[in-house]
Design a protein around this ligand. Structure first.
Ligand SMILES: Nc1ncnc2c1ncn2[C@@H]1O[C@H](COP(=O)(O)OP(=O)(O)OP(=O)(O)O)[C@@H](O)[C@H]1O
Ligand SMILES: [Mg+2]
Length: 242
């Protein structure tokens, strides 16, 4: 099976350990939500997958086309080249470059060959980016900047998109649109998505499966059917009402 498999992951910052024995899988074509209130380790897990945080134990592997590639210990740009597109928390755009320049910067390695095709795809997915292609990224609205951050990851020709809290700082209606667009990447473009979110109502509506992180451990793995009972479990776990 193609996908990303994290097993027994332990990681943190210096002497402070944040993740304890974390195991998750993201299969090709799935939309997996990583839920948890703030400070519970969502970004740390995504940063470990992307190579920004070094695990002290466990493994992170990409299984694709019969190959198994260890990601832990590799540099972030290598991990992107292997097909993991990353949309960081807080977007991290280059504010004084234009929309198009931000997109161009992301196209490196094997994605350079797909540049024109990827740019068309981004502009087709996010019309506003096409209209505003010459506008400075820093002068766009929060929602537009989030679209640009997602488009930038699409420029790397990803197999899997790792998206960290796309809803942060956005008005509820904009959040709904954003999550719907990410969902379309999965359903219409057959993309594989791993998305961290605190605002779990929107996330569980679109996700195929979900994990709940609390104090750096996976306390619930909702394997299928995000029904009313699963919602209650998630709510209780996130609010710490066990
Ligand atoms: N660079 C860092 N150095 C030291 N500690 C950190 C660092 N980044 C995060 N932490 C700590 O690690 C823990 C988990 O933080 P993390 O950012 O992974 O949580 P999160 O679930 O993504 O939260 P949020 O929803 O607010 O983004 C917190 O206690 C946080 O203070
Ligand atoms: Mg975070």
């Amino acid at each position: 099976m193609n996908g990303l498999v994290v097993e027994g992951l332990r990681a943190g910052y210096g002497a402070v350990n944040v993740l304890h024995d974390v195991s998750i899988t993201v299969g090709e074509g799935e939309f997996v939500a990583l839920l948890g209130m703030n400070g519970n380790g969502k970004s740390t897990l995504l940063n470990a997958i992307m190579g920004f945080v070094k695990p002290s134990a466990g493994s992170i592997r990409l299984f694709w086309d019969g190959q198994s590639v260890p990601l832990a210990g590799q540099a972030p740009h290598r991990i992107v080249d292997l097909g993991i597109g990353y949309v960081p928390e807080g977007r991290r755009l280059v504010p004084n470059l234009t929309v198009e320049e931000n997109l161009k910067l992301a196209a490196r390695g094997r994605a350079k060959n797909d540049f024109a095709e990827n740019l068309d795809f981004c502009f087709e997915t996010f019309q506003i980016l096409k209209e505003r292609r010459r506008q400075l990224a820093g002068t766009m609205s929060g929602g537009q900047q989030q679209q640009l951050a997602i488009a930038r990851a699409l420029m790397t020709s990803p197999r899997i998109m790792v998206i960290d809290e796309p809803s942060v700082g956005l008005a509820p209606i904009v959040v709904d649109q954003m999550i719907a667009t990410i969902k379309e990447l999965q359903t219409k473009r057959r993309m594989t998505i791993l998305m961290a979110e605190q605002s779990f109502f929107q996330a569980v509506e679109v996700a195929s499966r979900a994990y709940v992180l609390a104090h750096g451990s996976i306390v619930h793995a909702i394997e299928h059917g995000l029904d009313a009972e699963a919602m209650e479990t998630i709510r209780n776990a996130m609010m710490g009402v066990e």
